[in-house]
Design a protein around this ligand. Structure first.
Ligand SMILES: C[S@@+](CC[C@H](N)C(=O)[O-])C[C@H]1O[C@@H](n2cnc3c(N)ncnc32)[C@H](O)[C@@H]1O
Ligand code: SF4
Length: 285
Protein backbone atom coordinates (compact mmCIF):
# COMPACT_ATOMS: atom_id res chain seq x y z
CA UNK A 1 0.00 0.00 0.00
CA UNK A 2 1.43 3.42 -0.83
CA UNK A 3 1.22 6.57 1.28
CA UNK A 4 -1.65 8.08 -0.70
CA UNK A 5 -3.78 4.99 -0.25
CA UNK A 6 -3.15 4.96 3.53
CA UNK A 7 -4.10 8.61 3.76
CA UNK A 8 -7.25 8.16 1.66
CA UNK A 9 -8.37 5.01 3.38
CA UNK A 10 -8.57 6.79 6.72
CA UNK A 11 -11.57 8.63 5.32
CA UNK A 12 -13.47 5.57 4.10
CA UNK A 13 -16.40 4.77 6.30
CA UNK A 14 -18.99 3.49 3.82
CA UNK A 15 -19.18 0.32 1.84
CA UNK A 16 -21.58 -0.12 -1.07
CA UNK A 17 -22.11 -3.54 -2.59
CA UNK A 18 -24.11 -3.80 -5.79
CA UNK A 19 -25.96 -7.07 -6.34
CA UNK A 20 -26.73 -7.09 -10.06
CA UNK A 21 -29.49 -9.71 -10.07
CA UNK A 22 -33.28 -9.46 -10.24
CA UNK A 23 -35.94 -12.14 -10.52
CA UNK A 24 -37.69 -10.07 -13.17
CA UNK A 25 -36.55 -7.00 -15.10
CA UNK A 26 -38.84 -3.99 -14.63
CA UNK A 27 -39.41 -2.09 -17.90
CA UNK A 28 -38.65 1.36 -16.40
CA UNK A 29 -35.41 0.44 -14.64
CA UNK A 30 -31.96 1.53 -15.81
CA UNK A 31 -29.94 0.17 -12.92
CA UNK A 32 -27.30 -2.38 -13.84
CA UNK A 33 -28.95 -5.75 -13.43
CA UNK A 34 -29.53 -9.08 -15.10
CA UNK A 35 -31.83 -12.04 -14.52
CA UNK A 36 -28.80 -14.23 -13.82
CA UNK A 37 -28.88 -17.96 -13.37
CA UNK A 38 -27.90 -20.02 -10.34
CA UNK A 39 -24.35 -20.53 -11.60
CA UNK A 40 -23.83 -16.79 -12.25
CA UNK A 41 -25.17 -15.85 -8.82
CA UNK A 42 -22.86 -18.41 -7.18
CA UNK A 43 -19.86 -17.10 -9.17
CA UNK A 44 -20.75 -13.53 -8.21
CA UNK A 45 -20.79 -14.49 -4.51
CA UNK A 46 -17.32 -16.00 -4.84
CA UNK A 47 -16.00 -12.93 -6.65
CA UNK A 48 -17.57 -10.66 -4.06
CA UNK A 49 -15.79 -12.40 -1.21
CA UNK A 50 -12.53 -12.15 -3.15
CA UNK A 51 -13.10 -8.41 -3.70
CA UNK A 52 -14.07 -7.90 -0.04
CA UNK A 53 -10.81 -9.51 1.09
CA UNK A 54 -8.85 -7.37 -1.39
CA UNK A 55 -10.48 -4.17 -0.15
CA UNK A 56 -10.04 -5.12 3.51
CA UNK A 57 -6.35 -5.87 2.96
CA UNK A 58 -5.68 -2.77 0.92
CA UNK A 59 -7.49 -0.21 3.05
CA UNK A 60 -7.66 -0.14 6.85
CA UNK A 61 -11.35 0.80 6.81
CA UNK A 62 -13.41 2.21 9.64
CA UNK A 63 -16.80 1.13 8.40
CA UNK A 64 -19.80 2.96 9.78
CA UNK A 65 -22.31 1.94 7.13
CA UNK A 66 -22.68 -0.90 4.67
CA UNK A 67 -25.30 -0.78 1.94
CA UNK A 68 -26.29 -3.89 0.01
CA UNK A 69 -28.09 -2.48 -3.03
CA UNK A 70 -29.03 -3.55 -6.50
CA UNK A 71 -30.52 -4.99 -8.44
CA UNK A 72 -32.10 -7.07 -5.74
CA UNK A 73 -29.79 -8.44 -3.03
CA UNK A 74 -32.64 -10.51 -1.54
CA UNK A 75 -32.80 -12.54 -4.74
CA UNK A 76 -29.92 -14.52 -3.24
CA UNK A 77 -30.96 -17.59 -1.28
CA UNK A 78 -31.07 -17.52 2.51
CA UNK A 79 -28.00 -19.80 2.61
CA UNK A 80 -26.05 -17.55 0.21
CA UNK A 81 -26.89 -14.42 2.20
CA UNK A 82 -26.02 -16.12 5.50
CA UNK A 83 -22.68 -17.27 4.15
CA UNK A 84 -21.84 -13.84 2.70
CA UNK A 85 -22.78 -12.00 5.87
CA UNK A 86 -20.73 -14.38 8.02
CA UNK A 87 -17.74 -13.86 5.73
CA UNK A 88 -18.16 -10.08 5.91
CA UNK A 89 -17.96 -10.35 9.71
CA UNK A 90 -14.78 -12.35 9.32
CA UNK A 91 -13.19 -10.12 6.69
CA UNK A 92 -14.02 -6.65 7.99
CA UNK A 93 -13.65 -5.05 11.40
CA UNK A 94 -17.27 -4.04 12.05
CA UNK A 95 -16.66 -2.53 15.51
CA UNK A 96 -17.71 0.95 14.39
CA UNK A 97 -20.62 -0.15 12.20
CA UNK A 98 -23.83 1.78 12.88
CA UNK A 99 -25.99 0.76 9.95
CA UNK A 100 -26.09 -2.23 7.63
CA UNK A 101 -28.84 -1.85 5.04
CA UNK A 102 -30.20 -4.16 2.43
CA UNK A 103 -32.59 -3.50 -0.45
CA UNK A 104 -35.39 -6.05 -0.44
CA UNK A 105 -37.97 -6.85 -3.03
CA UNK A 106 -41.32 -8.18 -1.70
CA UNK A 107 -41.13 -11.02 -4.23
CA UNK A 108 -38.08 -12.50 -2.52
CA UNK A 109 -38.83 -12.16 1.20
CA UNK A 110 -39.52 -15.00 3.62
CA UNK A 111 -39.61 -15.24 7.41
CA UNK A 112 -36.52 -17.43 7.35
CA UNK A 113 -34.59 -14.99 5.16
CA UNK A 114 -35.65 -12.02 7.31
CA UNK A 115 -34.56 -13.78 10.52
CA UNK A 116 -31.22 -14.71 8.93
CA UNK A 117 -30.59 -11.12 7.84
CA UNK A 118 -31.41 -9.82 11.32
CA UNK A 119 -29.31 -12.46 13.10
CA UNK A 120 -26.41 -11.72 10.77
CA UNK A 121 -26.21 -8.04 11.60
CA UNK A 122 -28.39 -6.27 9.02
CA UNK A 123 -30.32 -3.57 10.88
CA UNK A 124 -32.04 -1.57 8.14
CA UNK A 125 -34.36 -2.69 5.36
CA UNK A 126 -35.21 -0.74 2.23
CA UNK A 127 -38.34 -2.39 0.86
CA UNK A 128 -39.39 -1.72 -2.74
CA UNK A 129 -43.17 -1.53 -2.51
CA UNK A 130 -43.59 1.06 -5.33
CA UNK A 131 -47.39 1.16 -5.26
CA UNK A 132 -50.43 -0.08 -3.36
CA UNK A 133 -52.32 -0.60 -6.61
CA UNK A 134 -52.09 -4.00 -8.31
CA UNK A 135 -52.85 -2.58 -11.74
CA UNK A 136 -49.98 -0.13 -11.43
CA UNK A 137 -47.67 -2.86 -10.13
CA UNK A 138 -48.62 -4.86 -13.17
CA UNK A 139 -47.84 -1.94 -15.47
CA UNK A 140 -44.49 -1.55 -13.70
CA UNK A 141 -43.79 -5.22 -14.39
CA UNK A 142 -43.22 -5.90 -10.72
CA UNK A 143 -42.92 -9.48 -9.57
CA UNK A 144 -45.02 -8.86 -6.46
CA UNK A 145 -48.56 -7.76 -5.66
CA UNK A 146 -49.74 -5.46 -2.89
CA UNK A 147 -50.66 -8.21 -0.40
CA UNK A 148 -47.13 -9.63 -0.70
CA UNK A 149 -45.63 -6.19 -0.08
CA UNK A 150 -47.70 -5.70 3.06
CA UNK A 151 -46.85 -9.20 4.27
CA UNK A 152 -43.14 -8.57 3.63
CA UNK A 153 -43.28 -5.42 5.72
CA UNK A 154 -44.81 -7.37 8.64
CA UNK A 155 -42.33 -10.23 8.19
CA UNK A 156 -39.45 -7.79 8.64
CA UNK A 157 -41.09 -6.19 11.67
CA UNK A 158 -41.72 -9.58 13.25
CA UNK A 159 -38.10 -10.51 12.60
CA UNK A 160 -37.13 -7.58 14.81
CA UNK A 161 -36.27 -4.83 12.32
CA UNK A 162 -36.88 -1.42 13.87
CA UNK A 163 -35.59 0.53 10.89
CA UNK A 164 -37.60 -0.09 7.74
CA UNK A 165 -37.71 2.27 4.80
CA UNK A 166 -40.19 1.81 1.97
CA UNK A 167 -39.78 2.93 -1.65
CA UNK A 168 -42.65 4.28 -3.72
CA UNK A 169 -42.93 5.69 -7.19
CA UNK A 170 -45.22 8.51 -8.29
CA UNK A 171 -46.20 10.22 -11.56
CA UNK A 172 -46.89 6.75 -12.97
CA UNK A 173 -48.89 6.49 -16.19
CA UNK A 174 -52.56 6.56 -15.32
CA UNK A 175 -51.96 7.18 -11.61
CA UNK A 176 -54.43 9.66 -10.17
CA UNK A 177 -53.77 12.20 -7.45
CA UNK A 178 -56.34 10.43 -5.26
CA UNK A 179 -54.56 7.11 -5.71
CA UNK A 180 -51.23 8.64 -4.72
CA UNK A 181 -52.65 10.33 -1.65
CA UNK A 182 -54.29 7.02 -0.66
CA UNK A 183 -50.96 5.24 -1.18
CA UNK A 184 -49.16 7.63 1.14
CA UNK A 185 -51.84 7.32 3.79
CA UNK A 186 -51.77 3.54 3.69
CA UNK A 187 -47.99 3.65 3.94
CA UNK A 188 -48.04 5.96 6.94
CA UNK A 189 -50.52 3.62 8.65
CA UNK A 190 -47.87 0.89 8.46
CA UNK A 191 -45.51 3.16 10.42
CA UNK A 192 -42.24 2.71 8.56
CA UNK A 193 -39.27 4.70 9.85
CA UNK A 194 -38.69 6.26 6.45
CA UNK A 195 -40.50 6.65 3.14
CA UNK A 196 -38.67 7.33 -0.12
CA UNK A 197 -40.82 8.55 -2.99
CA UNK A 198 -39.40 8.62 -6.50
CA UNK A 199 -40.87 10.43 -9.46
CA UNK A 200 -40.91 8.01 -12.40
CA UNK A 201 -38.00 8.84 -14.69
CA UNK A 202 -38.09 7.71 -18.31
CA UNK A 203 -34.57 6.36 -18.47
CA UNK A 204 -32.49 5.82 -21.58
CA UNK A 205 -32.60 2.32 -23.07
CA UNK A 206 -35.71 1.26 -21.20
CA UNK A 207 -38.97 -0.10 -22.53
CA UNK A 208 -40.78 2.70 -20.71
CA UNK A 209 -38.84 5.36 -22.63
CA UNK A 210 -39.71 3.62 -25.90
CA UNK A 211 -43.38 3.53 -24.92
CA UNK A 212 -43.20 7.19 -23.91
CA UNK A 213 -41.65 8.06 -27.28
CA UNK A 214 -44.49 6.22 -29.03
CA UNK A 215 -46.91 8.49 -27.16
CA UNK A 216 -48.32 5.73 -24.97
CA UNK A 217 -47.62 7.63 -21.74
CA UNK A 218 -48.52 11.24 -21.11
CA UNK A 219 -46.39 13.36 -18.78
CA UNK A 220 -47.63 16.51 -17.12
CA UNK A 221 -44.84 18.16 -15.13
CA UNK A 222 -47.27 20.51 -13.43
CA UNK A 223 -49.38 17.65 -12.06
CA UNK A 224 -46.24 15.71 -11.15
CA UNK A 225 -44.91 18.67 -9.16
CA UNK A 226 -48.24 18.99 -7.35
CA UNK A 227 -48.33 15.28 -6.61
CA UNK A 228 -44.73 15.45 -5.39
CA UNK A 229 -45.76 17.92 -2.71
CA UNK A 230 -48.36 15.49 -1.38
CA UNK A 231 -45.70 13.53 0.47
CA UNK A 232 -44.80 16.17 3.05
CA UNK A 233 -48.35 17.54 3.13
CA UNK A 234 -49.83 14.11 3.75
CA UNK A 235 -47.54 13.75 6.72
CA UNK A 236 -48.73 17.14 7.92
CA UNK A 237 -52.37 16.16 7.47
CA UNK A 238 -52.11 13.08 9.59
CA UNK A 239 -50.58 15.01 12.44
CA UNK A 240 -49.01 12.37 14.65
CA UNK A 241 -47.52 10.72 11.58
CA UNK A 242 -44.42 12.88 11.77
CA UNK A 243 -43.41 11.22 15.03
CA UNK A 244 -44.51 7.82 13.77
CA UNK A 245 -42.66 8.01 10.48
CA UNK A 246 -39.14 9.32 10.96
CA UNK A 247 -38.85 11.00 7.60
CA UNK A 248 -40.13 11.25 4.09
CA UNK A 249 -37.77 11.78 1.22
CA UNK A 250 -39.06 12.95 -2.12
CA UNK A 251 -36.94 12.57 -5.22
CA UNK A 252 -38.45 14.41 -8.12
CA UNK A 253 -36.04 12.81 -10.48
CA UNK A 254 -34.15 9.78 -9.28
CA UNK A 255 -30.93 10.67 -7.51
CA UNK A 256 -27.63 8.91 -6.96
CA UNK A 257 -27.81 6.60 -3.96
CA UNK A 258 -24.56 8.05 -2.66
CA UNK A 259 -25.97 11.60 -2.44
CA UNK A 260 -25.53 13.15 0.96
CA UNK A 261 -22.56 11.02 1.95
CA UNK A 262 -19.71 13.00 3.45
CA UNK A 263 -16.93 10.52 2.92
CA UNK A 264 -16.04 8.20 0.05
CA UNK A 265 -17.78 4.91 -0.51
CA UNK A 266 -15.73 1.91 -1.41
CA UNK A 267 -16.24 -1.43 -3.19
CA UNK A 268 -15.75 -2.50 -6.73
CA UNK A 269 -18.73 -4.57 -7.78
CA UNK A 270 -20.59 -4.26 -11.08
CA UNK A 271 -21.93 -0.72 -11.36
CA UNK A 272 -20.36 0.43 -8.08
CA UNK A 273 -17.74 3.18 -7.77
CA UNK A 274 -14.86 3.62 -5.38
CA UNK A 275 -14.11 7.33 -5.69
CA UNK A 276 -11.06 7.22 -3.43
CA UNK A 277 -8.24 9.72 -3.68
CA UNK A 278 -10.44 12.00 -5.80
CA UNK A 279 -10.29 9.52 -8.66
CA UNK A 280 -13.41 7.73 -9.70
CA UNK A 281 -12.69 4.04 -10.22
CA UNK A 282 -15.70 2.40 -11.77
CA UNK A 283 -15.89 -1.32 -12.28
CA UNK A 284 -16.77 -2.36 -15.76
CA UNK A 285 -20.45 -3.23 -16.06
C1 LIG B 1 -32.08 0.09 -6.78
S1 LIG B 1 -33.74 0.42 -7.04
C2 LIG B 1 -34.53 -1.03 -6.59
C3 LIG B 1 -34.52 -1.86 -5.40
C4 LIG B 1 -35.30 -3.14 -5.64
N1 LIG B 1 -34.70 -3.89 -6.71
C5 LIG B 1 -36.75 -2.86 -6.02
O1 LIG B 1 -37.02 -2.69 -7.20
O2 LIG B 1 -37.57 -2.83 -5.14
C6 LIG B 1 -34.21 1.58 -5.80
C7 LIG B 1 -35.45 2.37 -6.15
O3 LIG B 1 -35.27 3.17 -7.29
C8 LIG B 1 -36.55 3.51 -7.79
N2 LIG B 1 -36.49 3.51 -9.25
C9 LIG B 1 -35.94 2.59 -10.06
N3 LIG B 1 -36.08 2.96 -11.35
C10 LIG B 1 -36.73 4.15 -11.34
C11 LIG B 1 -37.17 5.05 -12.37
N4 LIG B 1 -36.97 4.80 -13.65
N5 LIG B 1 -37.80 6.17 -11.98
C12 LIG B 1 -37.99 6.45 -10.67
N6 LIG B 1 -37.61 5.64 -9.68
C13 LIG B 1 -36.98 4.51 -10.01
C14 LIG B 1 -37.55 2.47 -7.25
O4 LIG B 1 -38.45 3.09 -6.38
C15 LIG B 1 -36.65 1.53 -6.48
O5 LIG B 1 -37.26 1.03 -5.33
S1 SF4 C 1 -36.57 -1.81 -10.19
FE1 SF4 C 1 -35.52 -3.20 -8.80
S2 SF4 C 1 -36.42 -5.23 -9.26
FE2 SF4 C 1 -36.95 -3.92 -10.95
S3 SF4 C 1 -35.32 -4.32 -12.46
FE3 SF4 C 1 -34.73 -2.49 -11.27
S4 SF4 C 1 -33.44 -3.22 -9.67
FE4 SF4 C 1 -34.55 -5.01 -10.49
Amino acid sequence: MNETETHTSNLIRHLYVHFPFCARICPYCAFYKTRGNAAEVARFCEALVFEARRVAEKFPLTLETIFFGGGTPTVLSTAQLKNLLELFHEIFDLGALREWSIEANPGSVSAKKAATLRDSGINRISLGVQSWDNQLLNLLGREHHTAQAEESFHIFRSAGFSNISVDFMFALPGQTETQWRGSLQKTIALQPEHISTYCLTYEEDTEFLARFARGEFAVNDETDMRVRDFAPSTIGLTGAARTISGSVQVRFRRADSSAGRTSPIIMNTPSACSPTNHRSRRSKN
